[in-house]
Design a protein around this ligand. Structure first.
Ligand code: FES
Length: 577
């Protein structure tokens, strides 16, 4: 059909649109009902725009506009853009947790890309789980792929104060519980916090994953920091649309971008930005899809010597808008010097070193210099011991220094419902030296490994001015949260990990410097408790819940489904008619 416009490698979309037979008729004819003229089927690259837009995902509510700007760029460069929806994951509405559906959304992305006549893909990502879901799905196909993050909301403003998504919700809600903030003020803060389109504007999971996109090289420079409503976000989308067409001509596939070096760069950038612990799980899962050997302990090892340079909430004071005006991720990468593999290739065809060699920093309060960092240790610490033989994580920059070496009496909550039922009880036997333990909130147990690891403190301690305690669970924590919170304990309680055997009154030792998490109970006693232990009943015995709980791997393996690890490429030989 038409004249083959491009020479060299045959594009996979030609298998659909070129034949002058019944199949070609079917593929072209129905597409033409949308008003496409003959010449768009002439052999030009077909670019899929994978859109996670949804009104149920408010962080991604502006993505149709971004898609329009991507299309301008694709057309301008001689490509044929086709936008398609995929399952969207909104962090704040979905029950029991958006994380339960990350792997399901990744399957949607993967199968939609593979089943359709696409030569290259733009991923529109924003709210927390949409980024890893799209990258995981795309990695299992391995086409030329470029990700565009949606950008953060403008800074929250409340009564002359800058307030941050999530971070101030946790803070204000504790103040309401302690009686320090009236409920009417709390309610007024709602509209003051979320006042434009975009995702959470703290260095929470969405901002962290947007920075990961950029430091992996799968997004354009400045992808992470441009605010959602800034016109430059739309220019970036336009330029990304142009670039993906070139990437198809260059056959610049995702596997050439997502190398071991790229993952190492991302780990170090996450450390330097004080990024979310959720990045640990997501990067492990993405690496599993693209076939890069990358393990939980790499987080600890690669993070050594990486200071936190970025003074953003929840660890610090500023917000994403400030981060953009200060220079964004390129300024951070430049500051990291030799800790970055500067030869790692990025989607714009240049190396990450070339992209950032001259990156300026305009505000040293927001992005601090390497020799005068915001916090000396930025990375993620991986803790092992009899309580977490397969690992647990803590973010030292968000923890209280005095609590990072601590021995305390366990106060155990068997489930999230148990926690909610008892935490406000004035008779709860707890003081600030205790260690709060929450079970059955891991991948299988919740199910979906909810962000409940930053347990609220008992009001009777809040009223005494206590703001942090050691908390341990198999759950995750919102990237916007803070505290001395040990997360992702593996194996989880519902899978029979030692966490399941902890009882009230046991003593637990946390030693972050020694990377140790120890339950001070003898092996014999633990063996006796294990004999008595019964696995909890699973929430549902059908549908996706069952598929998920039957196949989800533990947190130290990225909580992907075991059968999704790896790639199937994009070859599909059978026709549909
Ligand atoms: Fe969507 Fe925070 S709720 S990024």
């Amino acid at each position: 059909m038409g004249e083959q416009k491009f020479e060299g490698r045959r594009l996979r979309s030609r298998d659909w649109f070129e034949p002058a037979d019944k199949g070609g008729f079917i593929h072209r004819s129905w597409m033409k009902n949308q008003g496409y003229p003959d010449h768009v089927f002439d052999g030009r690259p077909v670019i899929g725009i994978c859109n996670t837009w949804s009104e149920l995902t408010p962080c991604n509510g502006h993505f149709r506009k971004i898609a329009e700007h991507v299309k301008r760029g694709v057309y301008e460069a001689g490509g044929f853009p086709l936008e398609f929806p995929v399952m969207s994951l909104g962090e704040n509405l979905m029950r029991p947790t958006a994380m339960l559906f990350r792997n399901l959304a990744s399957m949607d992305v993967e199968e939609t890309i593979r089943a359709n006549p696409l030569d290259g893909v733009i991923l529109l990502v924003g709210c927390d789980k949409t980024t890893p879901a799209c990258l995981m799905g795309a990695a299992s196909c391995d086409l030329p792929t470029l990700a565009i993050s949606g950008g953060a909301m403008l800074n929250g403003k409340f009564r002359g104060e800058e307030i941050g998504s999530g971070t101030n919700v946790w803070k204000f809600s504790e103040e309401v519980r302690s009686g320090a903030m009236p409920l009417c003020d709390f309610q007024e803060a709602e509209s003051c916090m979320s006042r434009s389109t975009g995702h959470c504007m703290t260095m929470g999971t969405a901002s962290t994953m947007a920075s990961v996109v950029e430091s992996l090289g799968v997004g354009m420079p400045m992808n992470a920091a441009i605010p959602a409503v800034d016109a430059r976000r739309y220019s970036l989308a336009h330029m990304a649309g142009r670039r993906i067409v070139e990437m198809v001509h260059e056959d610049l596939r995702l596997s050439r971008i997502l190398t071991r070096e790229a993952f190492e760069n991302a780990v170090r950038v996450v450390g330097a930005i004080g990024g979310s612990t959720n990045a640990v799980i997501h990067l492990l899962a993405i690496a599993g899809r693209i076939g890069v050997k990358f393990e939980l302990d790499d987080w600890d090892r690669l993070g050594q010597g990486v200071p936190c340079l970025v003074n953003l909430m929840p660890s610090g004071r500023y917000l994403m808008e400030d981060f953009y005006y200060a220079g964004g991720v390129p300024a951070v990468i430049r500051e990291l010097g030799d800790l970055i593999h500067r030869d790692a290739l990025t989607v714009n065809g240049r190396t990450i070193g070339e992209n950032t060699a001259e990156a300026p920093c305009w505000n040293r309060e927001v992005i601090m210099p390497f020799d005068r960092p915001f916090a000396p240790q930025g990375g993620i610490a991986v803790l092992r011991g009899n309580l977490s033989p397969d690992g647990a994580v803590i973010k030292p920059s968000a923890a209280t220094p005095e609590l990072m070496q601590h021995r305390g009496r366990a106060v155990v909550f068997e489930t999230i419902e148990d926690l909610h039922a008892r935490i406000d009880d004035p008779d709860l036997d707890i003081d600030e030296t205790c260690v709060m333990v929450l079970k059955n909130c891991g991948p299988k147990g919740y199910p979906g490994m909810a962000e409940v690891g930053n347990m609220p403190l008992p009001p009777k301690l809040l009223k005494r001015g206590i703001t942090d305690m050691v908390r341990i669970s198999d759950a995750r924590m919102s990237g916007t949260a803070y505290g001395t919170v040990v997360l992702h304990v593996a194996p989880e309680a519902a899978a029979g990990g030692t966490l399941a055997l902890v009882e009230n009154g046991d003593f637990i030792e946390l030693d972050v410097a020694g990377r140790r998490l120890h339950l001070d109970v003898s092996d014999d006693e633990l063996a006796r408790r294990r004999e008595r232990w019964q696995p909890p009943a699973m929430a549902h015995q059908r549908g996706y819940y069952k598929l998920y709980t039957d196949h989800v791997m533990q947190a130290n393996h990225g909580a992907d489904l075991d059968f999704l690890v790896g790639s199937s490429g994009v070859e599909v030989t059978r026709e549909s008619h």
